[in-house]
Ligand binder design. Structure first.
Ligand code: MN
Length: 228
């Protein structure tokens, strides 16, 4: 190995129930994948194609740790989401085969500096500063895909200080997990280590220092974090 100026940053590792951890490479996020959330943000769902943005792997914060309130925002929002973990390489995979490359599922929070995102939207600029920042991808331990029933029936909720703010079922997703994987694989060669955050239901809103967030999806390991 050639000399390097410093040690490369290690990939964050998400615990997996009953097995070895999942080292994170890339994080793909789906926009407006629940009609009621698209409506609350002032949009209609576009069934033409899903759209995506990304977060750095180094934005990961493991569930159970505190989330430091991030800089340059007065409007930090929660977006509770199903996280899909990819365990095999795939390009142009069909929806029929897409689920074969999923190794696990988890609860995730796509934390958003909504004020910065809104300013970027107004100026038709990229969303990066609103979406991709330190600790912006909070991920709970994963459950192996082989142990999961049909996802569609699972309820997804987010409570803040014990009060439910977001509540839906995964069947409400505009694009299914298989459709998202198939479409993403036409844009990127999906690789082991990739995570997909599959979009948030309605009910997004602000959190402040001291708030306790608890996210649940069926029997997946719950996500818990406090904003500090
Ligand atoms: Mn989101």
């Amino acid at each position: 190995m050639p000399d390097t100026l410093f040690s490369p940053r290690a990939a964050p590792v998400i615990p997996v129930a009953g097995g070895a951890g999942f080292p994170v490479a890339r994080i793909f996020c789906v926009g407006r994948n629940y009609a009621a959330h698209a409506a609350e943000m002032g949009h209609e769902v576009d069934r033409e194609a899903p759209f995506y943005f990304t977060k750095s792997a180094h934005a990961v914060l493991l569930s159970g740790q505190d989330m430091p309130y991030p800089p340059r925002t007065q409007d930090l929002h929660h977006e509770m989401e199903l996280v899909v973990a990819i365990g095999a390489e795939a390009t142009n995979i069909s929806t029929a085969d897409a689920m074969k490359i999923v190794v696990g599922y988890g609860c995730g929070l796509d934390m958003t500096r909504r004020d910065l995102q809104a300013a970027a939207k107004d100026k038709r600029r990229p969303w990066d500063t609103g979406k991709d920042f330190d600790n912006a991808a909070i991920i709970a331990p994963l459950t192996p895909a082989a142990e999961m029933p049909d996802l569609a029936d699972l309820p997804i909720t987010l409570a803040v200080n014990g009060e439910i703010r977001q509540e839906a079922v995964l069947a409400d997703m505009v694009w299914s997990v298989a459709e998202i994987i198939a479409d993403l694989s036409t844009l990127y060669t999906l690789m082991p280590g990739d995570l997909i955050m599959t979009g948030t239901p309605a009910g997004v809103g602000p959190v402040v220092r001291g708030d306790l967030m608890e996210g649940r999806i069926g029997d997946l390991t719950p996500l818990v974090t406090r904003v500090v």
